[in-house]
Design a protein around this ligand. Structure first.
Ligand SMILES: NC(=O)c1ccc[n+]([C@@H]2O[C@H](COP(=O)([O-])OP(=O)(O)OC[C@H]3O[C@@H](n4cnc5c(N)ncnc54)[C@H](O)[C@@H]3O)[C@@H](O)[C@H]2O)c1
Length: 267
């Protein structure tokens, strides 16, 4: 898709961080944007700020871990703009802790948002994009944790490896239809990811009282989300499948890939 002008984007997790930067970048390209997010106050503010900047945008409250909620949000977006061409499955949370210490509810929350959120977005919106017959693009936000396992982020790593795998499958299925797929795998980005527990459902019990100290430190000095959004816009335009904005993680991936390659040749 080389021209985003007049297209419609549906961005989950669009009220904050990378999702909000994607929304701004799409609007700058002349796209109309539906922001789908669970956090109502942040959503209203993001919608208001974008409207004030002249963007065509609608905010829809949505819990991506709930299939019915994604369906309803997609209906609202289509009601507002008639179509959807670009689907960004971006909402995510990152509970941390050692593998043997993470509570089953931490897993449930993380898998619900990061994995089932992507599954729901695809199931709800890809059939509509296909039906329209105008092409389109799906962008799934994974992470470098989808390519290299990160310590104390076991549940997060599991979901992000899954998102990379889902994206690889989806790419093959949609290529014959002229619908592109990208998977974006950033390392640290300056967002509110370390404060993700603000959106943890009450029925899953309380999260930690303080955000993870290491993540707080890393995110404070990390890449601005606008840099990731620029890479995504470029990736959609030229059809990049892997969008890897942090080349400093290449060495870590090489170690993993080389170990796997060598293991094929073991007796
Ligand atoms: N920040 C980083 O360092 C980093 C690095 C790699 C990948 N990522 C990924 O980027 C994506 C965006 O995260 P971010 O860093 O911008 O964090 P963020 O917390 O600033 O934004 C995440 C957004 O998702 C929303 N959200 C949370 N649960 C939701 C749910 N159930 N339904 C709908 N929306 C929900 C939040 O309200 C928030 O607006 C995530 O998938 C994250 O894993 C982030």
């Amino acid at each position: 898709m080389d021209d985003l002008n007049g297209k419609v984007a549906f961005v989950t997790g669009g009220a904050s961080g990378i999702g909000l930067a994607l929304a701004r970048a799409f609007a700058e390209q002349g796209a109309r944007v539906a922001l789908a997010d669970i956090e109502i106050e942040a959503l209203k503010k993001a919608e208001g700020d974008l409207l004030a900047a002249g963007a065509e945008v609608v905010g829809v409250q949505c819990d991506v871990s709930d299939y019915g909620s994604v369906e309803a949000a997609a209906d609202r977006a289509i009601e507002a703009f008639g179509k959807v061409h670009i689907l960004c499955n971006n909402a995510g949370v990152a509970p941390s802790g050692a593998m043997d210490e993470m509570a089953p509810n931490d897993w449930k929350w993380c898998l619900g948002v990061n994995l089932m959120g992507v599954v729901h977005g695809i199931r709800v919106l890809v059939p509509r994009i296909k039906e329209q017959g105008e092409g389109g693009h799906v962008v799934n936000t994974a992470s470098v944790a989808g390519l290299v396992a990160l310590p104390t982020l076991g549940a997060y790593t599991a979901t992000k490896y899954a998102v990379v795998g889902i994206s690889e499958t989806l790419r093959g299925e949609l290529a014959p239809l002229g619908i592109g797929v990208s998977v974006v795998c950033p390392s640290f980005v300056k967002t509110r990811l370390h404060e993700g527990h603000r959106n943890r459902p009450q029925e899953l019990g309380p999260g930690p009282e303080e955000p993870d100290a290491f993540m707080t430190q890393m995110l404070a000095v990390a890449t601005e989300p606008e840099v990731i959004a620029e890479r995504v816009v470029r990736g959609i335009r030229r059809g990049d499948f892997y969008i890897l904005p942090h080349p400093d993680f290449k060495a870590g991936f090489e170690v993993r890939a080389n170990e796997i390659l060598a293991a094929f040749d073991l007796d």
